[in-house]
Design a protein around this ligand. Structure first.
Ligand code: NAP
Length: 408
């Protein structure tokens, strides 16, 4: 690490203080992780150099997680890694193998829980020439804020036939619930506090980026006290944290004739199954979607499919103290070490990281260079097999082509 490298810190008002040479942590990831990490680092460094001509640079520092950590330390997610992310606050992560029957349920989930990274943020947009199954993929331009800590994903579940499931069924029976004997049981906790901090982050994002609306996606017509409460708390968060900056759809029509006042964000809500239809039929009507954990998991991948799949979909898990940006696909183990897969997802996660640091010029430059490279037909195998007149390149070849565009 260069001598002048410094950690990112947090100002008293909660904003990030970013030095010109920030330390940014990386976890290269398992399987194809090292291939996509090398390509990504080259592209991001080129983007920063092109935008700031040496006045800024990233000091990359490796931390261990996943198989590499297990081989070197005997742990899948060492405490030293968690401590480093808490100290340096920003990290870029490749995909990690989910160990099967080896103590830790999922390294990714453990990381989110240990650092309270409560918002899973997934921007979804189309890049020209990327093959898509829909007619107007360019109309898809949305950002999903998925709650990361609660819901059926909290991991509170009991296998069928266990004494725990039996005991819980008896207790629920005493409250009047009818449960089929021998059932498996899962609990769906949702709180006002965790919902509100998620929705607050989603609205702040919409305001910062000049977006028109935040849609609360829920299944409250059926699950009234969990998903229904999510929507109600979401509206409350808008009123509490952003008075004068948000309005409901009813207020939009009653007070403004349907014309959104400049700088205001419209808060609306949609039932989950209906939203799946509407993002296909009228994608232009949605900007930011805020939703509980399970809905968010589904809608993120469905939207990614609309614009060409997970190979280039970026993501981030963000909390108040730290942010981990990550490729959204897995380790694709059959391609490990073959220098073959698409590094686009990790590169675009790096673009999100640059925006998080406030380095918009570098972020825009990298995103444009990646988009132009794909539009020129220079792509990895996954896109080449669906495109006409494409030039197929390796993982490093794609990274090199994007970096060359940046450095001219
Ligand atoms: P996967 O690794 O995402 O791979 C499934 C298929 O998706 C690949 O065979 C490949 O399709 C395509 N693919 C994935 N990444 C690609 C890329 N960068 N470029 C082009 N194509 C890509 O899913 P998996 O095989 O189910 O999971 C493997 C391991 O990853 C598991 O241990 C799983 O738990 C873990 N995982 C980790 C994360 C994470 O760290 N965030 C997320 C999901 C899964 P083709 O074969 O058609 O070419």
């Amino acid at each position: 690490m260069p001598d002048n490298a410094q950690p990112v810190s947090i100002n008293p008002d909660g904003s990030l203080a970013v030095p010109d040479n920030p330390v940014v942590l990386f976890i290269e990831g398992d399987g194809t992780g090292p291939d996509i990490w090398r390509a990504t680092q080259r592209v991001l460094d080129a983007g920063v150099a092109a935008a700031y001509n040496g006045a800024r640079s990233i000091a990359w520092k490796e931390v261990l997680a996943g198989e590499k950590a297990f081989k070197e330390t005997g742990e899948w997610l060492p405490q030293a890694t968690l401590d480093a992310i808490q100290k340096y606050r920003v990290a870029l992560k490749g995909p990690l193998t989910t160990p099967v029957g080896k103590g830790i349920r999922s390294v990714n989930v453990a990381l989110r829980q240990a650092l309270d990274l409560y918002a899973c943020i997934r921007p979804v947009r189309h890049y020209p020439r990327v093959p898509s199954p829909v007619r107007d993929p360019d109309k898809v331009n949305m950002v999903v804020f998925r709650e990361n800590t609660e819901d059926l994903y909290a991991g509170i579940e009991y296998a069928a036939g266990t004494p725990e499931a039996q005991k819980l069924a008896e207790f629920l029976g005493s409250l009047g619930a009818k449960i089929q004997p021998g059932s498996a049981l899962g609990i769906k906790p949702m709180s006002a506090s965790n919902t509100k901090r998620l929705v607050r982050a989603a609205i702040q994002y919409a305001l910062d980026n000049g977006l028109a609306s935040v849609t609360l996606m829920h299944k409250g017509n059926i699950m009234k006290f969990t998903e229904g409460a999510f929507a109600a708390w979401g509206y409350e968060a808008a009123r509490e944290f952003f008075p004068g900056r948000t309005l409901t759809e009813k207020e939009l029509w009653d007070a403004h004739g349907g014309k959104r006042p400049e700088g205001m964000v419209v808060i609306k809500d949609r039932i989950a199954d209906m939203l799946f239809q509407q993002v296909l039929l009228r994608p232009g009507e949605f900007d930011v979607i805020a939703t509980p954990n399970l809905n968010g998991d589904y809608i993120s991948d469905a939207l990614a499919a609309q614009v060409g799949g997970l190979g280039i979909a970026p993501g981030a898990n963000v909390g108040d103290g730290a942010a981990v940006f990550e490729a959204t696909h897995g380790t694709a183990p059959k391609y490990a070490g073959l220098d073959k897969v698409n590094p686009g997802s990790l590169i675009l996660s790096g673009v999100m990281l640059l925006r998080h640091l406030g380095w918009r010029e570098a972020a825009d430059a990298v995103e444009k260079a990646l988009s132009d490279t794909i539009a020129s037909g220079v792509v990895t195998y996954d896109l080449a097999r669906q495109m006409e007149n494409a030039t197929e390149v390796s993982c490093s070849g794609f990274g090199g082509a994007v970096a060359t565009r940046l450095l001219g």
